[in-house]
Design a protein around this ligand. Structure first.
Ligand SMILES: Cc1cc2nc3c(=O)[nH]c(=O)nc-3n(C[C@H](O)[C@H](O)[C@H](O)COP(=O)(O)OP(=O)(O)OC[C@H]3O[C@@H](n4cnc5c(N)ncnc54)[C@H](O)[C@@H]3O)c2cc1C
Length: 492
């Protein structure tokens, strides 16, 4: 039998790391605290309705496909992917919305119609974004980023400038587009996932390439299908998946991790890849002498938002929505400030609604609808039932304006999910949904390291280390951690 590796956490990062370690010949056990793997992408089912609990946007299909190819498989062996057209709808006000088509030529026309010259500017913008996607995400992002030395290669150094690592995203966007709708269209990805556009490197325009050129997809059955498929890959490679196993400590003997403790039982290990929230591992599972970072370090990190989510089961179909809907009928800048600068419950938030039953009839009984409502909010807020009810009422009022009917009369049941659940379910630091904010000082070599600074057989994966939040990056982080662990363990 190969050396024993414990992978802690069964989200995308843990499933990815575990499968690769098992393929590389190690004896791998994956310990997951919850009853199911999938982490933030679990699903919840009730009365014939099925809800994705976290991610709803299937972007960067090539990166997800590449992972399955490593094992001689394809995503199509596990689920059917549909490309959404339109990709999504953006509401700017009453009877004022744009549908973003799946055809790039049509998107370019849409930009040109709103602002003369914006079509050509979008072509240029996307050419640069394609370079960032190809080099930034497919080369840089696969490096462990333990040291700047990894990037000492002339092609990569010259690339750093073309990647716009040091340019603020907001001014870069405004050089190309003036129309406020267009600015919001290209900036929304970073607001929802990471930081204010002013504090984000222009590198992240790669998200527009992913969106407009590669498309928005949907796996029939829901996003949790990706996690189920990755679970099958892990099992196929021989990973022993242990659910309901809450890791309580990582134990060290003579400077190396010797075991992990779950539910009071010690498991001997030769190495550990911890893929749950980094801060929890560093500050709670390790004794302080073995932590890589201080309490102060963690307190000074800028976190990506948390969110307040509502799952609603409706007794009928509703009109005037698409599969994905963004509600930008409020002040974008003010909401961003309420998330990042003056953390507080937002006065009049932007929000997002997913209506997956428009694409997928398997998710609800016939004639009924599943709705997923999400407001990005600051981390660390005190949330209670009263606050949640206030926001649900507000969102339903705004939805009534746009859909033309009072949805509140058609709710069969509802469920909310926010900071408290993120902490209880995932040991999330301050209730974050998406890890660390994508600021320059928290990108690549500046992120919490994929390898422990103190313990030579402890590695990290997941959305708080490189390359960052999102399904494709979480899968990549598992690949990086497993690649590094394999190299170092085989060298011994
Ligand atoms: C609401 C929401 C919407 C999102 N939308 C999108 C989207 O549309 N598209 C996209 O690409 N990305 C999206 N994301 C981001 C994406 O879901 C995450 O980046 C990704 O799922 C993180 O995976 P992970 O493996 O790093 O972490 P996690 O999914 O958090 O996995 C960590 C696992 O560790 C387990 N764990 C925690 N503590 C312990 C312990 N002590 N012992 C054992 N196990 C433990 C947890 O239960 C969890 O299963 C969204 C995230 C959220 C929350």
């Amino acid at each position: 039998m190969g050396k024993k590796v414990a992978v802690l956490g069964g989200g995308f990062a843990g499933l990815s790391a575990a499968s690769i370690m098992a393929k590389n010949g190690f004896d791998v056990s994956l310990f997951e605290k919850n009853a199911d793997v999938g982490g933030r992408a679990r699903k919840f089912e009730k009365d014939g309705f099925s809800f994705d609990m976290g991610p709803t946007w299937y972007w960067m299909p090539d990166i997800i496909e590449d992972f399955f190819q490593i094992f001689g498989k394809s995503t199509s062996d596990y689920f059917e992917l549909q490309r959404l057209d339109p990709s999504y709808r953006v509401f700017f006000g009453k009877n004022d919305f744009l549908d973003i088509p799946s055809s790039l030529d049509e998107i370019i026309n849409l930009f040109e119609n709103l602002e003369k010259g914006a079509g050509a500017n979008l072509r240029k913008y996307l050419r640069e974004a394609e370079y960032k996607y190809t080099v930034g995400l497919k080369e840089f992002a696969f490096k462990p980023a333990l040291s700047i030395v990894e990037f000492f290669d002339w092609r990569l150094i010259s690339s750093a400038f073309k990647l716009h690592m040091f340019k603020p995203f907001s001014s870069y966007v405004r050089k190309h587009f003036k129309h406020p709708y267009l600015i919001q269209l290209v900036e929304f990805h970073v607001l929802f996932l990471g930081a204010k556009p002013q504090n984000t490197p222009a590198l992240f325009s790669l998200m527009s390439y992913a969106d407009y050129a590669l498309g928005t997809w949907y796996p029939v059955g829901g996003m949790n299908k990706i996690a189920q498929a990755m679970q099958s890959i892990a099992e196929m490679t021989g990973v022993k998946i242990k659910t309901n196993e809450n890791i309580e400590s990582i134990n060290v003997t003579s400077g190396t991790v010797s075991s992990v403790t779950s539910n009071g039982v010690n498991y001997d290990v030769d190495a550990v890849i911890a893929s749950l929230d980094y801060q929890h591992v560093d500050q709670k599972l390790l004794s302080s002498e073995h932590s890589s970072y201080s309490k102060k370090y963690w307190e000074t990190r800028k976190l990506a938002p948390s969110c307040l989510i509502f799952h609603l089961a409706l007794d009928k179909k509703i009109d005037n929505l698409q599969h994905h809907n963004l509600f930008f009928d409020a002040d974008f800048q003010k909401h961003a400030e309420e998330i990042y600068d003056r953390p507080q419950w937002p006065e009049n938030p932007l929000f997002y609604v997913c209506c997956p039953t428009l694409t997928d009839h398997t998710l609800a009984p016939e004639g009924k609808e599943v709705l997923f409502l999400l407001i990005p909010v600051a981390v660390g807020l005190d949330d209670n039932e009263e606050t949640r009810e206030k926001y649900l009422k507000l969102l339903l009022q705004r939805l009534t304006v746009h859909t033309g009917e009072d949805i509140s009369k058609h709710i069969l049941f509802k469920r909310s999910y926010a900071h408290k659940e993120f902490i209880n379910d995932y040991n999330s630091f301050k209730g974050n949904a998406y890890g660390l904010a994508n600021t320059l000082m928290q990108t690549s070599i500046f992120k919490p390291k994929i390898k422990s600074k103190k313990l030579k057989n402890l590695y990290f994966a997941g959305q708080l280390t490189v390359p960052g939040p999102g399904i494709p990056p979480a899968i990549i982080s598992g690949q990086i951690a497993a690649g590094l662990a394999t190299k170092e363990m085989k060298a011994k």
